[in-house]
Design a binder for this molecule. Structure first.
Ligand code: G3I
Ligand code: 9MR
Length: 562
């Protein structure tokens, strides 16, 4: 009998709720019993039989599930399969994911530009300020009558996008939309998250203080003259793996375009209603956000289809820009999102036709280039407070969300890991873990609409997926769980000389695309992940991946508590 930890036992390495579902996936073809033991292995507290074998269509490996949902004792345990060994330890308790919620939200503090991180808040990851961004140059592609190429503007603060140090409006858009929605959906639980940041002592919840850091940057990305919004603030090319304060190349803002401007409008419209509550502490902010949103909207109406095309820009101007492109060729969904947030905030029916125009098409899980679901989430949330036009379509809008959720649940029982994520190889895109989280969010909305607990149950299955019940056995959040990423493609984590990576960061996850050309042990879709910093296609981190993670864990915690 094996006395060691077995990598063939895959489960959420953080834990489970006493009354919630509890599942482990075992890579074995053998019929077997499984046991739950205390961590010293002296007491056997529960036993059960493994379920019938399922062949994983992606790898051909055989998986059996262990269901121990009826084991409700609180504490820390291991699961044992006598012929294989023990699982990593896991905890059963109420609020078991609270530390994960704190840590994944705190990660945004570590991503802050234009501020030194001091040890009181950053612990061993204290570092010097990077990128004051007070001397940012207008790139020729961004020139306008009032701001000619070469003009210098100030565009401080904001979060670094990912493992790189650039700041991109499109990706900030979905990130902010997700975090603002989290506050609107679960204000009470969100207010109970304390991340120990410089603003923690004020009366504003830490989640909103963190959001403010990026909001204030985003506001500077609008050309105040005409309302258009720059695509990004960036170096011409990516830095090496160096600390932020050592990365001092000239930074530019580049081309205003319709999609960035609409994403900006959506965020500002939503921020305006969220921060209205704090008008005393933040005088004028809510009004400024709304004005900026309306100005952006007006610019987009005058410039309805300017796409960001990096190659084109590089043919026409210097210096060449080769950093993250966030090129999206379809702006239909951004029109819907901006219109929806402006409509919800102002209750002005003039925005409604833009929402209406896409109402017949199937909804998709959100990503940086597909934001229509964010519009529907907000409309659904404000259902009873909409004008007649919106109220009339509310059933259709909510049905779009439940259809997406039902599609996710379709055939889920035959999935080898019993998770919604990974039903097909197509799920393993660049940033696949963020897809898992966004699927979970769609299920949470479906649960809020219908109160059918099956949706909540399977939202939790995707949290389990991210935390270990998956094809690699990784708990994909740095600093948590027993087997988590140690070498993310994240410049500060690599360059700071500290062994442990910055905590609370969600790695991109399995992606057979291998766009980085690093060395991979396999091409199998759900196993194609490698914990080396070379691997930006599987092991980078990004603000738009962490945001749905923060949302999912807080939503599950909040719903568990209620
Ligand atoms: O649009 C096609 C779709 O039609 C096709 O079915 C699918 C099949 O794989 O591919 C889709 O394109 C993908 C695209 O993302 C849109 O999802 C590309 O293959 C994929 O390579 C591309 O990956 C993006 C990557 O940048 C490269 O551009 C990621 O989504 C995006 O998250 C990532 O973002 C980077 C920033 O550029 C820079 N900062 C770090 C950040 C995270 O890695
Ligand atoms: O570090 C960059 C990462 O943030 C991007 O997601 C990735 C794809 O655009 O590119 C990384 O930068 C790499 C560059 O594209 C090629 N040379 C190596 C760089 C990584 O060190």
């Amino acid at each position: 009998l094996s006395q060691t930890i077995s990598d063939k036992i895959r489960l959420n390495q953080i834990g489970f709720y006493p009354n919630g579902p509890k599942t482990a996936a075992i890579l074995t073809s053998e019929e077997s019993s499984f046991y739950i033991l205390n961590t010293t292995h002296t007491d056997t507290l529960f036993s059960g039989k493994l379920q019938k074998p399922v062949t994983n269509p992606l790898s051909g490996k055989i998986v059996r599930l262990a269901d121990f949902s009826s084991f409700r004792k609180q504490g820390t345990f291991v699961l044992s399969i006598p012929t294989l060994g023990y699982s990593y330890p896991f905890t059963i308790s109420n609020n078991v994911h609270h530390p994960l919620a704190v840590s994944t939200l705190k990660s945004y503090y570590y991503q802050r530009a234009s501020i030194p991180l001091i040890s009181k808040f950053a612990g061993q990851w204290a570092r010097a300020e990077g990128h004051p961004d007070t001397q940012v140059v207008i790139h020729p592609s961004a020139a306008s009558a009032n701001r000619q190429a070469g003009t210098v503007i100030s565009s401080s603060r904001g979060w670094y996008d990912a493992g790189d140090y650039n700041k991109y409006i499109v990706n900030s858009g979905i990130t902010m939309g997700t975090l603002l929605s989290l506050y609107e959906d679960f204000p009470q639980y969100a207010e109970s998250i304390h991340t120990n940041i410089p603003e923690s002592q004020n009366v504003i919840p830490d989640l909103l203080d963190e959001i403010l850091w990026n909001l204030r940057w985003m506001l500077t990305m609008q050309d105040g003259e005409d309302g258009g919004v720059y695509h990004k603030l960036t170096n011409p090319s990516f830095d090496g793996m160096i600390m932020p304060d050592k990365a001092i190349k000239t930074r530019y803002v580049v081309q205003k375009n319709t999609i960035a401007t609409l994403d900006f409008a959506a965020v500002m419209a939503q921020a305006s209603r969220v921060f209205r509550k704090y008008s005393k502490q933040l005088p004028g902010l809510s009004d400024s956000c709304l004005q900026s949103a309306q100005k952006a909207w007006a610019w987009a109406q005058k410039n309805p289809d300017i796409l960001y095309q990096q190659n084109l820009i590089n043919q026409q101007s210097d210096p060449d820009i080769t950093t993250g492109a966030y090129e999206d060729k379809n702006n239909k969904d951004e029109w819907v999102w901006a219109a929806a947030e402006l409509y919800v905030t102002t209750k002005d029916d003039k925005y409604y036709p833009y929402i209406k125009q896409d109402l017949d098409n199937a909804l998709t899980i959100p990503s940086w280039n597909q934001v229509r679901a964010l519009a529907y989430y907000s409309l659904s949330r404000y259902g009873s407070n909409l004008t007649q036009a919106g109220k009339k379509d509310l059933p259709t809008i909510q049905q779009h969300i439940t259809i997406v959720a039902d599609n996710l649940l379709n055939d889920v029982e035959t999935q080898p890991y019993g998770t919604v994520m990974g039903k097909t190889a197509k799920d393993y895109i660049w940033g696949s873990n963020s897809l898992a989280a966004n699927q979970g969010i769609a299920l949470i909305y479906a649960y809020q609409i219908t109160h059918n607990s099956r949706y909540l149950h399977y939202a939790l299955s995707n949290l389990d997926f991210i935390l270990g019940r998956n094809g690699t056995g990784y708990c994909y959040v740095t600093g948590l769980g027993s087997k988590s990423p140690h070498h993310p493609h994240h410049r500060p984590s690599i360059a700071d000389g500290i062994d442990e990576p910055i905590p609370g960061l969600l790695a991109g996850g399995a992606n057979p695309g291998q766009q980085d050309k690093c060395e991979y042990p396999t091409t199998i879709a759900d196993e194609c992940y490698v914990d080396i910093d070379c691997s930006y296609a599987t092991n980078e981190v990004a603000i738009n991946w962490n945001a749905p993670m923060v949302y999912l864990v807080i939503a599950i915690e909040a719903l568990q508590r209620s």
